[in-house]
Structures are given as C-alpha cells and as structure tokens.
Design a protein around this ligand. Sequence first.
Ligand code: SF4
Length: 364
Amino acid sequence: MEQVDLFLLNSDEITRVQTRLHLWYKQNCRLLPWREVSDPYLIWISEVILQQTRVDQALDYYQKFVTQFPTVVHLASADENSVLKCWQGLGYYSRARNLHASAKIIATHFNGNFPKTYAEIRQLKGVGDYTAAAICSFAYNLPYAVLDGNVYRFLSRYFALETPIDTTSGRYEFSHLADLLLDKENPALHNQAMMEMGAVQCVVKNPKCELCPLKDSCKARKYELVDFYPVKSKKIKTRNRYFYYFLIKYKESIFLRQRSEADVWRKLYEFPLFEADFSISSEEVVQHESVQKFLKNGFLLKRISNVKKHVLSHQHIYAQCFYVEIDEVNAYLLDNYECVGFNDVENYPISRLVEIFMNEYLEM
Ligand code: SF4
C-alpha cells in the first residue's frame, strides 16, 4: 500500500483538510461549558477531568469542581482531603493530587496568575505535552497542535499510517503531522475540530464514514482498512488483584486508613484490607495471619459480599467485603487505623469500590 510522505504534504491539501474539518466542526460540535470560556484555569481543570473520563461524566464533575474551587487560588488554599472528596468516584486520583500541587505552585511562584507560556505550563505537575498544548491553544490561541487518542486515531486512518502509535518513532511522526496540519492562525478552532473529529465522527467502532467530511480522501476508507488503524505495537498486560476488605463495626464506628503506597487510590481512605495474588476461599481469608492481626480478639461475621470486579486501565481488581462486628478493639487496629464514627465517614475521600461496600452495609 502507498504510504503518505509527510514531508511532501502540499499546502493545498493541508488547506483543504483544514477547511473541511473546521466547517464540519462549526456545524457539528457539541456545546460544552469549557468551550465557552478562555480562562486557562477552567480549561486546565476540564482537560484534566477529561483524561480517562467520558464527557457525560466529566460534565458533572467539572461543574462541581469549579463551583467548589472557582479559581486557582481557591484550589491552592483548599486542604487535600476536600480536593480528593470532590474528585471521589472519578478515579485516577493522582490527577486531583497533581492539580492541587500545581495550584499551590501557581499561587506561590506566579502570584496566583496562571502561567502564560507553553514551557511554564508544561512544568506543572501532571501536565504533559497534550494538556500544555490544549491550554495554550484554547486559552491563549497559541499555535501548539494537540495530540490525544482521538487525534491519533483520525490521523492514522486518514493517512493510513502504519507506524505504531505507542512507539517513539510513532509519537514523533504523528506529532510532526499534527504540526504540519495545524492552522496557525486559528489553533484553538483547529485543535477543537481535530479532537471532535476523533471523538464523534472517526470513532473507535463503526465510524459512519459515509457522513465524514473527508471521506473522499481518507486512505483507510479507500482501502477498506478502517478497523486496522491505529496500529499499536503491543498489548497492555493486565494484572489481576484480589482485595478482601473488612468493614469492622465497633460500637457506632468503623476503621479506616489512608493509603500511602505508590499504588492505586493513594491518599484515599479504605477499610482494613488483605490483598492476595489469587482468589482464595472465605475461610482461608479469615484465617490468614494478616487478617488475624485486626480480628484476633474475636469477631462476629455478619455477612460476606459478592465479588465485585473493578476494572482499571492496567489491572482488574476482584474485591469482596467481610462485614464484621467486634466488642473489643486490639492495639493493632488502634495503631494502624482511624476509628471513624458512621456519621463522619462521608468526610473522608474513599474509592468508588469502598463507597459501594459502605452503601451495601448501610442498607443491610
Ligand atoms: S472516512 Fe471514516 S475512517 Fe476516514 S476519517 Fe472519516 S470517519 Fe475516519
């Protein structure tokens, strides 16, 4: 199959793609609140929320977040638990921690004013090439081309590019192509159009190519190889993990600890947990020496939940919760966990999984 020579893309073709794309965008774009603003802080928040999150879910979180923290100064002066609480249920909590840390940097080093150059914005925690380009173009109309999953997919299909997108050469090639195509007079409009194209027209499964404004010149369509693109070099390995939680009721309280390890849900709170590398029986779980540390003074097992599968990008967590009651607290529990009254649990940021088990308990 013929391969496009990126260096030979002529200006007529570039202009034709830009014109059709921009017109299509103006006629088809979704109205989203972060597209109505040019405040870099609001754009930054929306871009970070949109990473790994569907737009319909992002809408609610965006409104909630910017209502609670309307400016970068509000975010910088908030305590971390309230930021994580606002993020609760959205997943990938490092995003919230990085937003908070970066807001503090902006408050301290930029006097509370959002930085204005690509280099300064790229230095913020959790801000990669894509997010820096998005903020620079959408807020300041600076000529930086965005390259997210949607843009990769659209470009790889339109030009039938076989270079795997998850390789260094792939990233270089696609980045070069996105730069070549960028309308430097209208970078904000152009970037929005490229991303929207991948998000609503050139979608992962069954794109409606007959409705595409670029169908006549799309190479993947011409060769009937739309499903073949984008090419990836490797499959992501998925790790299975088995979590056995213990919701331990003592009088009108339960026990929580903050996760501190470099792992999922860092800084969120959870019940006492025993993790295994493989699925084991309930009897084995209860007898395990790690579990006996917090149950050693005796307990009453009220119920065991069904196994819940929680899917993260590189891991599948199979989780079960043991609902138990104790009459006596042992030193291990007191040393390693916070004893939290039922009415106070809602003040602690917790993962979606722990929230499900907590709600299940309240309905028992
Ligand atoms: S014709 Fe189909 S595959 Fe090609 S860019 Fe349009 S939607 Fe994507």
